[in-house]
Ligand binder design. Structure first.
Ligand SMILES: Nc1ncnc2c1ncn2[C@@H]1O[C@H](COP(=O)(O)OP(=O)(O)OP(=O)(O)O)[C@@H](O)[C@H]1O
Ligand SMILES: [Mg+2]
Length: 259
């Protein structure tokens, strides 16, 4: 990672829920305009990592360690300040307003910019519609009536309305058919061109390693491997645990009739 300047630098991050440690001594680095993935099985600590970075861990949990964004130590900041500095999280649950229209959901994504009286607070709308033409066609449709793939697009689009420097995505492939996963990941790859860095946590290691520059493997709260995404995709241990005959491979597998 030496050739890209660092945007997010996380060191010695530990997180616990009560007495139970969910993340142990984690170092993560994301360069400007880079896509970095953290892959791991159920319960590995992926969502905990993103929530800790966002300053959004639930009550009775705690985090220690250092989080720097553009060199600024934000470790003790609340969510609001982190968002204002350019962090954006699309949670596993998406959290859309189902009775509101697509357009209003998108505008809400820029609410903080509006409240700060930022000139051109909704200037990302055209960009979001060009990334997701389907959202443009469905502007007045209620979010709750969108398909799963469209809801994920809306969640991504809403996060982009805040004009983040780093977009953190919690399992964007969850519950989506392989074709839609491909479409979503193609769009994630396009964000690079707009210089938005992405921290992507995924169980679908195959899709994540295809789109990422760099990756970390998380196992029960600890990083067991890291490296260039292309190298990880060829690493026998990763292939065996995450790319072999696991769930991802079965879902993407070309022919199940011979199994
Ligand atoms: N609010 C909580 N209170 C107590 N323990 C929790 C809480 N949230 C998560 N944990 C525990 O922390 C560990 C990591 O959970 P986390 O949700 O971060 O995993 P994950 O990698 O995101 O899993 P998944 O792929 O299923 O979403 C798990 O053992 C989980 O039971
Ligand atoms: Mg999770």
């Amino acid at each position: 990672m030496s050739d890209v300047s660092e945007l997010l630098a996380v060191s010695a991050l530990c997180a616990r829920y009560g007495k139970v440690e969910a993340l142990h001594d984690l170092d993560v680095s994301v360069g400007r305009g880079q896509i970095v993935t953290v892959i791991g099985a159920n319960g590995a600590g992926k969502s905990t990592l993103l929530n800790a970075l966002m300053g959004a861990l639930p009550p009775r949990s705690s985090a220690t360690g250092t989080v720097l964004l553009e060199g600024v130590d934000i470790s003790r900041w609340d969510v609001e300040r982190r968002v204002n500095l350019g962090m954006s999280l699309v949670p596993e649950t998406r959290e859309l307003f189902s009775t509101m229209s697509v357009l209003d959901n998108l505008r809400l994504g820029a609410f903080r910019r509006y409240r700060r009286r930022e000139r051109g607070w909704d200037d990302q709308l055209d960009r979001v519609f060009s990334l997701f033409p389907r959202l443009s066609e469905r502007q007045s449709q209620a979010a709750g009536t969108l398909s799963g793939g469209e809801r994920q697009m809306l969640a991504l689009g809403r996060a982009l309305m805040a004009k983040p420097r780093i977009l953190m995505l919690d399992e964007p492939s969850l519950g989506l058919a392989p074709l839609i996963v491909r479409e979503i990941f193609t769009i994630i790859a396009e964000l690079k061109r707009a210089d938005v860095a992405v921290l992507l946590v995924e169980q679908n290691a195959r899709a994540a390693l295809q789109v990422a520059d760099f990756g970390y493997v998380l196992e029960t709260g600890e990083c067991t491997l890291s490296g260039a995404a292309a190298d990880l995709a060829h690493n026998p241990a990763v292939i065996e645990s995450y790319l072999g005959l696991g769930a991802g491979a079965r879902r993407d597998g070309p022919d199940q009739s011979q199994a």
